[in-house]
Design a protein around this ligand. Structure first.
Ligand code: PMT
Length: 401
């Protein structure tokens, strides 16, 4: 499917640049034509000679090269391609892209393009986890940039964690996906997704909540929208931008979330990825609770409505497919099976949220799909990949009904 496709590969300055040389070859094996922009930092890791020998073309390096501007020009260079691939996408390149900088050939070509862009991030784990990089990542996603990786593992700098550039076959699969005509198996369906934590007030100043970042739920909303669904996302307070093309409703408490979900119906599919507080404080204090001679306050709790169970057990307007999550710290699958039966949903996505798993707030997740027919375990993958796989599984089930 890559035959005849024109790829403009932007090679940034990172140790993973060596993989880009293999990427060029593997793309050519599939019939693609590759041109390359090599950044100044990129030349510290691979030479223009090795890149040019592989592409069989000039390697583009300078923004103000007279010959290049005469012969091609940076605008045409990016417009001539079917897809721009940034690999490795360094923290600096991602920051430039997110903020629209155009101070070298790579950033200018990326800003001037009207074609799809795929980035394969690669950087030190701390740089990847830094809030600035995470903000830039979300901005790029909101701008429609496709992202592959990074993977977790040992890094050239001796540290361990997320930040390794995806392997060449993974990047090729992402390129094929980016170039494929969009499959829209959920076109015509309305999907309601919940995401993030809820906040339960103690007094006007304090609240009880949990560690959910919304990354998993938001990724599902994005994937459902990409699959052609009209999506309503009901989200608790998170530090993520609203996904593009998704109607997003912001709520605080479990009761707000319940009301927003009910107002969003009817829907053919509902996916409950939010970490909803099971309990709320029975009597929310009207003013700030003060320290005093009486010692710490005693809080009494009452149970919140269970949104998943309520929607699953509706007799009118029940979505055709109701998907719950189970966040467990032990006996993950057994507890999920019990939740499936108790709440009455069609499918439970179970994940381990014990300390050290990185499920809360992290970028990857190991999930078990629990249905009445059995259990399937998916190996650890990015939350985006979990979302895409879950949405395609949901689309199959909906099509089969
Ligand atoms: O947000 P991230 O940082 O990306 O982390 C993702 C996640 C861990 C939050 C997500 O993958 C996840 O597991 N979400 C469900 C969290 C949860 O509340 O699990 P639970 O086992 O307590 O609840 C079971 C199900 O009932 C869930 O679908 C939940 O949304 C739902 N529920 C729970 C309580 C309640 N009052 N109403 C509900 O609808």
């Amino acid at each position: 499917m890559l035959h005849g496709k024109r790829i403009l590969l932007v090679i940034g300055g990172g140790i993973a640049a060596y993989k880009s040389l293999d990427l060029i070859r593997r793309l050519q094996d599939r019939g693609a034509k590759v041109r390359a922009i090599l950044t100044k930092a990129g030349t510290q890791f691979v030479t223009p000679l090795s890149v040019g020998s592989l592409t069989g073309d000039k390697v583009f390096q300078e923004l103000f090269s007279l010959t290049d501007e005469n012969e091609m020009g940076h605008i045409e260079l990016s417009r001539d391609a079917d897809l721009l691939v940034v690999a490795p996408a360094t923290a600096d390149l991602m920051a430039k892209m997110a903020h629209g900088h155009a101070n070298d050939l790579a950033s200018t070509a990326l800003l001037a393009t009207d074609k799809r862009v795929l980035v394969a991030p690669a950087m030190n784990v701390r740089m990847w986890l830094h809030p600035a990089t995470q903000r830039n990542l979300e901005t790029l996603r909101a701008d429609g940039v496709a992202v592959v990786g990074p993977n977790e593992g040992g890094m050239a700098c001796g540290e361990f964690g997320p930040g390794r550039m995806s392997e060449v076959p993974e990047i090729i699969a992402a390129i094929e996906k980016a170039l494929a005509p969009a499959a829209r198996p959920l076109a015509g369906h309305h999907v309601v997704v919940t995401s993030g934590p809820t906040r339960e007030a103690i007094d006007p100043v304090r609240y009880i909540s949990n560690h959910s970042s919304g990354k998993q739920g938001h990724a599902i909303a994005r994937a459902a929208a990409e699959a052609g669904a009209s999506v309503t996302l009901v989200t608790g307070p998170v530090a993520l931008p609203d996904p593009p093309g998704v109607k997003t409703i912001h709520v605080e408490s479990a009761r707000d979330m319940m009301a927003a979900v009910e107002a969003a119906l009817p829907a053919s599919i509902a996916i409950f990825a939010a970490a909803v507080a099971d309990w709320r404080v029975a009597d929310i204090a009207g003013g700030k609770i003060k320290k005093g001679a009486g010692g710490p306050p005693t809080l009494a709790f009452v149970e919140n409505p269970d949104i998943l169970a309520t929607i699953s057990q509706r007799t009118t307007d029940r979505p055709r497919l109701v998907v719950g999550f189970a966040a467990e710290t032990e006996n993950v699958v057994d507890n999920a099976r019990a939740k499936l039966a108790r709440k009455g949903c069609d499918l439970i996505v179970a994940n381990d949220v014990a300390t050290g798993t990185g499920t809360f707030g992290g970028d990857s997740n190991t999930v078990h799909l629990v249905t009445a027919d059995g259990v399937e375990t998916w190996e650890r993958q990015s939350k985006d990949a979990v979302a895409a796989a879950l949405v395609s599984r949901i689309a199959e089930r909906i099509a089969a009904r």
